[in-house]
Design a protein around this ligand. Structure first.
Ligand SMILES: NC(=O)c1ccc[n+]([C@@H]2O[C@H](COP(=O)([O-])OP(=O)(O)OC[C@H]3O[C@@H](n4cnc5c(N)ncnc54)[C@H](O)[C@@H]3O)[C@@H](O)[C@H]2O)c1
Ligand SMILES: O=c1ccn([C@@H]2O[C@H](COP(=O)(O)OP(=O)(O)O[C@H]3O[C@H](CO)[C@@H](O)[C@H](O)[C@H]3O)[C@@H](O)[C@H]2O)c(=O)[nH]1
Length: 529
């Protein structure tokens, strides 16, 4: 192994002698720190330290991302810290706090070796060379920019704490999704309180999608690192690049300035969500004209300039990111005097709301214009399959719409608990965005909502079934058995294009699937959003 030591700041001085810390980069990507005691003309190697990473925030991003870094970089010590103790306890147990395919295996391979979860936030920040900040950045619910701007309170308090406890130079990495120019604000907080310590801020937004997080982290389309274009900034970019280079091909590691990296994250989410709203807008037109959205998506997706991914019509996009990040983008455009650009992106969110309302209206109008007192089976509550996450799930809006019309709901989701469902349906929207430790401990249960152990139990005696998450198991249910146990006429409302429409119609169901030619029954009952 070839080593290239380059010195950083002196750490201690003893009269004319000093101990200095040197970063050593090896050809195979191995990095370590050598502590050298200099006496006269002679330097003595005192000890060699692993690079230490600390990540603030043990959530959907912090947990999986750090687990993969630890797995791929056995020479780096990774500690994930959180102020919400139950999450840390869960990360240290056999029942991880989040469901993500493949995550258990990765955590088991490195936990206790070079991956640790701790509530001792300050200690591990103080000891780290690189601090990732992966705390929540929800939409502001009060004050200036309420309903649009990102709430950076968690980020700011994290930055102040880093400044308070740091005794050595650090690279601080923005992992959370933040408004463009946040790094400047963070830099000010850190440098005003730094006591001479050198902080380099990098933007390294995360592009993983839930449900495929491990796959995305193992094999990312790209890793984006933004930093200052100064010699120190470039050195910090290189240090982070060296971490990812353990497993990501270097041509996929893109280095930019800070503002491009911050804005690229918001832009990527806006473009992705815009595709879904575009296809959902087309789905309404398909229903009105007899076209089939799956055929239209297939036809346009064959154009290599458009591409086939992310063109599935649905009841609407959910998840903690798309809406929040687009609203944030809208706010930034407005603040920069660009109202036309702001209103362009705002439409993406508005079409998403329209799609959910349209779906509920279609259900109610099909069922003789009322669902009052009728049992409806809700299949799927998570915002997409292969996750237990319910943040901004379209299921919340659809269920609340049906409850508003006095329906009785029986909900089944393979990964979402009854407590979470009750919490989501009873809490005010502004409370849902908060981190777990700030949410009410026991929300009031809604009487018209029960949870079922499986789809069959949920559908027993129901007037209608409503599919809101595309879990694979919903494709292979015994729909004849379900039909036999339901009230007649029996309805299926498929918000994810999961079911075989022809087969279900043969069984006797009245079927509505988004963007598909309408059942004769439904044609006479236009859905008004
Ligand atoms: N969820 C995703 O798929 C995803 C993907 C890419 C980017 N992001 C972005 O990453 C960020 C984090 O998202 P998430 O889904 O992991 O959120 P999360 O709510 O799951 O996790 C955030 C965690 O940070 C903790 N926290 C808050 N303040 C803290 C502090 N001062 N010190 C230590 N811990 C603190 C909270 O207790 C919480 O457990 C957000 O900005 C989000 O937009 C999320
Ligand atoms: O063709 C599609 C694709 C997705 N969806 C819905 O869109 C939402 C978001 O899905 P997806 O993007 O797969 O999941 P997220 O975990 O929200 O990931 C998005 O948001 C993350 C947080 O910023 C980013 O890191 C990811 O790159 C970005 O894909 C879900 O409700 C999906 O059901 C559709 O309706 N139709």
């Amino acid at each position: 192994m070839m080593g290239v030591p380059y010195p950083s700041h002196p750490l201690f001085h003893f009269e004319n002698q000093k101990i200095t810390k040197h970063t050593i980069l090896f050809d195979d990507g191995w990095i370590c720190y050598a502590f050298i005691f200099v006496h006269g003309m002679i330097g003595y190697l005192l000890h060699i330290d692993m690079v230490k990473i600390c990540c603030l925030g043990a959530g959907y991003v912090g947990g999986p991302t750090m687990a993969v870094i630890a797995l791929k970089c056995p020479d780096i010590e990774v500690v994930v810290v959180d102020i919400f103790e139950p999450r840390i306890i869960a990360w240290n147990s056999d029942h991880l706090p989040i469901y993500e395919p493949g995550l258990d295996d990765v955590v088991k391979q490195c936990r206790g070796k070079n991956l640790f979860f701790s509530k001792d936030v300050e200690k591990h920040v103080a000891e780290a060379d690189i601090v990732f900040v992966s705390v929540n950045t929800p939409t502001k619910t009060q004050g200036l920019g309420a309903g649009k701007a990102a709430d950076l309170a968690y980020w700011e308090s994290a930055a102040r704490m880093i400044a308070d406890v740091s005794r050595t130079d650090k690279i601080v990495v923005e992992k959370s999704t933040v408004p463009v120019k946040t790094a400047e604000a963070i830099e000010k907080i850190l440098t005003h309180n730094s006591k001479g310590i050198n902080f380099q801020i990098l933007s390294n937004p995360e592009f993983l999608a839930e449900g495929t997080a491990i796959q995305d982290l193992f094999n990312p389309d790209r890793v984006l690192i933004g930093g200052r274009e100064t010699p120190e900034g470039k050195k910090a970019i290189q240090a982070l690049k060296d971490v990812y280079a353990h497993w990501v091909p270097v041509e996929r590691i893109i280095c930019t300035n800070l503002w491009s990296a911050e804005l690229s994250k918001l832009a990527a989410n806006a473009f992705l969500a815009q595709r879904i709203s575009s296809v959902n807008a087309m789905s309404a037109l398909c229903e009105a004209t007899g076209a089939d959205i799956s055929q239209v998506s297939h036809a346009i997706g064959k154009d290599t300039r458009i591409g086939s991914k992310f063109l599935n019509a649905s009841v609407g996009f959910g998840g903690s990111c798309f809406q929040k990040d687009i609203l944030n983008l809208v706010y930034i455009c407005e603040c920069n005097g660009l109202p036309e650009v702001a209103s362009y992106w705002k439409q993406v969110v508005q079409v998403n709301e329209y799609q959910k309302t349209r779906f509920v209206n279609r259900m109610v109008s099909s069922m003789f214009n009322t669902v009052s007192g009728k049992k409806i089976a809700i299949l799927g509550f998570a915002f997409k399959k292969d996750t237990g996450d319910t943040r901004e799930t379209p299921a919340i809006g659809v269920c609340q719409g049906l409850l508003g019309d006095k329906a009785i709901l029986s909900i089944y989701d393979p990964q979402v608990s009854q407590e979470q469902i009750q919490r989501d349906l009873s809490m005010h929207k502004s409370e849902l965005d908060r981190p777990p430790h700030l949410q009410p401990a026991s929300p009031t249960a809604i009487k018209q909502v029960t949870c079922a152990w499986d789809a069959y139990e949920a559908a027993k005696g129901a007037h209608g079934i409503c599919i809101l998450t595309e879990w694979d198991e919903f494709r292979t249910l015994d729909y004849q058995k379900i039909y036999d146990d339901m009230q007649k006429p029996a309805f299926v409302f498929d918000g994810r294009n999961v079911v075989d429409v022809d087969k279900l119609r043969q069984i006797g169901f009245i079927v509505y699937t988004i963007g598909k030619p309408l059942d004769a029954w439904l044609k006479d009952m236009p859905a008004v959003a």
